[in-house]
Ligand binder design. Structure first.
Ligand SMILES: [Zn+2]
Length: 163
């Protein structure tokens, strides 16, 4: 298998990071990476994905730690993770997922101050599982095309998933 560089990932690693929080910005600005804005949870495409279909699910509030999330927010957050996985399964048909939190820079957190779950779809034969969070990988489909494929399903989700 041939490995390709994802230049936008290297761009991110080398670039000056913006001062404003990207998740709070996603709530304000209507960009073309935000898939879902609910009452307490949002879903955005990772602009610098590890692999095609890499999504980020965050509480709308600017919260850094799980202990600061209310029970309602937690319920909605996890249900939104579940719904996002369902949509990725339906649209992209991956064989599995890596789902998790990167807490702290040492663990790979790019935005430490606003908690977010990573959802990384995986296909048999894509890349080495253990390096998925640490390296540059093949992105076979352009991020905008993926966004267009996923968006209609996210538009059908209600504002509060837990109700
Ligand atoms: Zn924020």
């Amino acid at each position: 298998m041939k490995t390709m560089w994802a230049p936008w990932r290297m761009e991110y690693i080398l670039s000056d990071k913006p001062d404003a929080c990207v998740f709070c910005q996603a709530l304000d600005v209507s960009d073309n990476l935000t898939l879902y804005k609910g009452s307490t949870t949002l879903v955005v495409m990772n602009k610098f994905p590890y692999i095609n279909g890499h999504l980020l699910v965050a509480p709308c509030r600017h919260i850094a730690a799980l202990k600061h999330i209310s029970k309602d927010e937690m319920g909605d957050l996890l249900l939104t993770v579940e719904k996002s996985i369902d949509i990725l399964k339906e649209v992209m048909r991956p064989d599995g997922f890596n789902v998790g939190l990167n807490l702290g820079r040492v663990a790979g957190a790019g935005v430490e101050e606003h908690l977010h779950f990573h959802i990384v779809p995986r296909w048999f034969g894509d890349v080495n599982a253990l390096t998925v969070f640490a390296d540059v990988r093949v992105i076979p489909e352009h991020i905008r095309a993926t966004y267009q494929n996923l968006k209609p399903n996210f538009e059908q989700l209600p504002p509060t998933i837990s109700k």
